[in-house]
Design a protein around this ligand. Structure first.
Ligand SMILES: Nc1ncnc2c1ncn2[C@@H]1O[C@H](COP(=O)(O)OP(=O)(O)OP(=O)(O)O)[C@@H](O)[C@H]1O
Ligand SMILES: [Zn+2]
Ligand SMILES: [Zn+2]
Length: 874
């Protein structure tokens, strides 16, 4: 049973029961968003802040609050001395979970913005901002309800306590009383046979059951030992110890000369003594043992040699000066730094950060998870030392939590991390850098489906901070914004670095036509050119990087003789092969065709779906070059903690000739002896059913080519492909972003895709197809209706986007059609795509339509997923 009025222990009071009247002199109310992601709870609820908690509760605090029969975790999103509710009916905040609020008003606002923009519950956005360790864990606690509480039950509790009979019951009560509150589980572990007695005590009101919110992870604590007396006393007492206490004597002498506290573990190891000796001396009062909070430091013991700023090249200076000026002005600006691979973008970042720190402000650096390598971290740690916290998913939950805590306590002023580091709770943010800004991994694929780039811009505008988006291959969306003409969005400022530092040349790129190789009788996965080039590197003891892009493998059908890829006649997108039904399907319009037996273009029978893995490439390398040392880097070899780092370190130390891998070898690596890069098959991404396929191909090829010849030795690149004439491959081979951009923009304009419009993908899933079709169609109709009634005019004809001027407002709903992945876990999936342009509150409209489906969603188990500006169209 739950006791009315018994106040839960607060984390602040270390388990002691809170006391006192609910209303002190000052009335204070907290608006709280509770930990229930549902439509009914997607708004703040008012709670009374009791006087003893008033100095601890602030906007951004995590609290435990009663909600129905439960106690829930919640976030305080507002504070007020009045409430529009009936104050007499409001319940009090029970717990405050942190000494320092983990979020701040700016982040709370950001969560509201995310909730509107990405159509998600506010609690989902708030939860995304804190490390997993702080997500709520609910625990049943047993507390003493007797004389110490002033709760209504207090009196009976005390009386009942006097009637408590057995000594065992007395023991339990004494134990709970001493602890203040004990987790029910722990209590039963301590008194294994006491469940019946416990129930009695609860029923008599001596003990009370309370719900408590706990963190999943606690700060790590370590025992520290230090001398409890001065040097002379320690030595004097050491003399008095008998011969039997040799170890204790040693310890006393040691501590006589040791003014600083030492961790117990270190002490026992160093002096080879047992913890028992320490305990004995502590009991005698000569040593003191204390618990201290420590940080789990993933980089403990690592030395980072300090680096000094490099004198900037002219092009670096050209980029740095405007960034520096904006920082100086404390002006919110967004820069797009377009610098070729090896142009020295990192040094521009480092010096910009330095300036930001010199102003007493803070900086966030985002890098794609995959390129958050030790090398990258080292560059920042070496320049800024302990001021840097690192956050990525390969850290343990505890390590991540500790790195994050350093931000709140102002021990660090730079955070380098993957996507979610954009939420680092800095309050004096001056600069956010997003390296490789084109990377799809900046988009979170589960709710809240945010894009770190948009969040960064939003945060920076709020705090008057500068954003620098860096890339050798900027996304079309970002590039287009450097030419922004609409009144409601400010343009990004373009900064360009066209050359590598010290005039090092970009590598020479050879495109190899694999159809020719086959014609000449070469069935190996290595063309003759690439084979010779690898052989040469082995001879010269230089290194090779080989990229095998597995994404998209086995899904498209291609002719090995002529390179023809089966495409949808209506959509200009490759058809996807479905092995089970042996059919080819279009995921945009739903077309389905049987698998072809012969190439429709050249009649060859060498037409088949594509497939090859890194393991097979490794085997073949071994056969072709006996004794070759290969490091394979893919999901299989990097799943273990630290494996990624270990493999790269081995490669850097030249313990291997070839680094073979998936996308993870393409980014950020800077190894002086890599002079050859080979791409086994460049087409794999190209034929994904995705309007960004060409862009992704261009980016990947440019990035991986950029790994070669970055230092003294010149580099060379081989791109093997069945479509050597595709513009994304041709332009990548010439390092020609401008030409790629021109062609690709024209395609996007014609087909009506970003950056010429925005997209929202709405995915419906259900066990039955008819239900889905009905729901999808009704959704689309309602949405179109809303648009019409908004007075913005009739929806244009299909394809109308390209006919109109690129600036005219536009709105159209496509579908419903089957999703590219038509069934997941026995649920069928359909989707609608909204394309729009202009300052239209499409998120708001969709949210309203979705709300009308709430009942269906609940009753019929229909699921509706909404993805604003999706990166993945599956
Ligand atoms: N001003 C400078 N003087 C001398 N060397 C420099 C200078 N700036 C950068 N470098 C060196 O040039 C190399 C390439 O720089 P960096 O790795 O920053 O390139 P990048 O632009 O980030 O390339 P990528 O996009 O491929 O990651 C590095 O080895 C770096 O130490
Ligand atoms: Zn063919
Ligand atoms: Zn189609």
């Amino acid at each position: 049973m739950t006791k009315e009025g018994a106040t839960a222990p607060s984390a602040l009071y270390d388990g002691a029961l809170l006391q006192g009247d609910l209303f002190g002199e000052r009335r204070l109310y907290a608006q709280v968003i509770v930990d229930v992601p549902a439509k009914q709870t997607n708004r703040p609820f008012d709670y009374i802040v009791p006087p003893q908690l008033q100095s601890w509760v602030a906007v951004g605090s995590r609290v435990g609050v009663p909600f129905g029969p439960r106690t829930l975790q919640g976030f305080v999103v507002g504070m007020s001395d009045r409430t529009s509710m009936d104050a007499g009916k409001l319940k009090p905040v029970e717990q405050v979970l942190d000494l320092v609020p983990p979020l701040n008003p700016e982040l709370v606002d950001l969560a509201r913005w995310m909730s509107r923009t990405y159509i998600c519950h506010e609690i989902t956005a708030l939860q995304a901002m804190i490390p997993g360790a702080l997500k709520a864990k609910y625990e049943k606690m047993i507390a003493f309800a007797g004389e110490e509480t002033h709760s209504p039950a207090g009196e009976t509790g005390r009386q009942a306590y006097m009637f408590a009979r057995s000594p065992e019951e007395e023991n339990i009560v004494a134990f709970v009383k001493q602890k203040g509150a004990v987790p029910a589980e722990a209590l039963l572990r301590r008194f294994p046979d006491a469940s019946l007695m416990l129930r009695n005590l609860l029923e008599q009101g001596i003990l009370a059951e309370i719900n408590s919110v706990k963190d999943r992870m606690n700060a790590k604590k370590v025992l520290y030992v230090e001398a409890a007396a001065d040097r002379a006393t320690m030595l004097e007492q050491a003399e008095k110890l008998g011969a039997g206490a040799k170890r204790q004597k040693e310890l006393m002498v040691f501590f006589a000369g040791q003014p600083e506290p030492l961790p117990l573990a270190e002490l026992t190891e160093k002096l080879n003594i047992s913890a028992g000796s320490v305990k004995a001396l502590a009991e005698k009062g000569w040593l003191s043992v204390q618990e201290r909070e420590v940080y789990r430091d993933p980089y403990a013991g690592r030395q980072f040699a300090k680096t000094e700023p490099l004198p900037l090249t002219d092009q670096q200076r050209g980029a740095f000066v405007p960034i520096s000026a904006a920082l100086e002005e404390r002006e919110h600006r967004v820069f797009l730094l377009h610098g070729v691979t090896g142009s020295g973008k990192t040094e521009v970042y480092l010096q910009s950060i330095q300036q930001c720190l010199d102003q007493g402000r803070e900086a966030i650096v985002l890098v794609p998870e995959i390129s958050l390598t030790p090398q990258m971290v080292e560059r920042f740690k070496s320049r800024f030392g302990d001021a840097v916290a690192v956050m990525h998913s390969r850290l343990s939950q505890g390590e991540r939590y500790d790195e994050w805590r350093k931000i709140g306590t102002k021990q660090v002023s730079v955070v380098i991390g993957a996507r979610s580091a954009v939420f680092a709770p800095f309050t004096k943010l001056g600069l956010i850098i997003i390296d490789e800004e084109h990377e799809a991994s900046y988009k979170q694929e589960e709710s809240p489906k945010y894009h770190a780039r948009d969040v960064a811009v939003q945060r920076a505008s709020h705090q008057g901070a500068v954003v620098v988006l860096g890339s050798a291959t900027p996304s079309l969306e970002s590039y287009a914004r450097t030419n922004e003409r609409s009144a409601d969005r400010s343009p990004f400022q373009l900064l360009t670095m066209e050359d590598r530092v010290e005039g090092r040349p970009l590598p020479a790129v050879h495109i190899v036509d694999l159809r020719e190789e086959l014609k000449e009788g070469n069935r190996s996965m290595f063309s003759r050119g690439l084979y010779k080039a690898i052989e040469e590197r082995l001879h010269k003891k230089e290194q090779t990087v080989l990229l095998l892009n597995r994404r998209g493998y086995s899904t498209f059908v291609m002719c090995r003789s002529c390179g023809y890829v089966v495409q949808c006649p209506h959509c200009d997108i490759s058809l996807t092969y479905h092995q089970v039904s042996r059919t080819m399907r279009c995921h945009y319009c739903g077309l389905s065709e049987p698998e072809p037996k012969k190439c429709p273009s050249c009649e060859s029978e060498h037409i088949r779906y594509f497939g090859t893995g890194t393991q097979r490439v490794e085997e073949e390398l071994g056969k072709l070059f006996p004794g070759i040392r290969v490091i394979r880097m893919d999901v299989d070899t990097t799943s273990e903690k630290g494996a990624h780092e270990r493999l790269l370190t081995r490669f850097r130390n030249k313990q291997a000739d070839v680094l073979l891998g998936t996308q993870m070898v393409a980014k950020g690596l800077d190894f002086p002896d890599v002079t050859l890069v080979g791409v086994i098959a460049a087409d794999t991404v190209l034929h994904l059913p995705d309007f960004r396929a060409a862009e992704k191909t261009f980016q990947l090829l440019t990035q991986v080519a950029g790994r070669a010849g970055r230092h003294k030795l010149p580099g060379e690149v081989f791109i093997q492909t069945y479509t050597p004439d595709h513009y994304s491959i041709v332009t990548a081979s010439h390092h020609d972003y401008a030409s790629f951009l021109e062609t690709e923009l024209e395609m996007r304009r014609e087909r009506g895709y970003p950056p010429y419009c925005d997209l929202v993908l709405i995915t419906f899933s259900h066990e039955q197809v008819p239900m889905l079709v009905r729901a999808g169609e009704s959704f689309a109709v309602r949405l179109k209706d809303k648009w019409k009634r908004s007075g913005a005019g009739p929806a244009p004809e299909r394809g109308g986007l390209c006919g109109r001027g690129v600036d005219a407002p536009y709105f159209e709903v496509y579908g419903p059609v089957a999703s590219p992945i038509p069934r997941i876990k026995d649920r069928y999936r359909f989707q609608c795509m909204v394309k729009y342009r202009g300052d239209i509150d499409v998120s708001g409209m969709i949210a309203e339509v979705a709300a009308a489906f709430d009942d269906t969603v609940r009753q019929e188990k229909l699921q509706i997923g909404i993805d604003v500006n999706p990166q993945v169209l599956m």
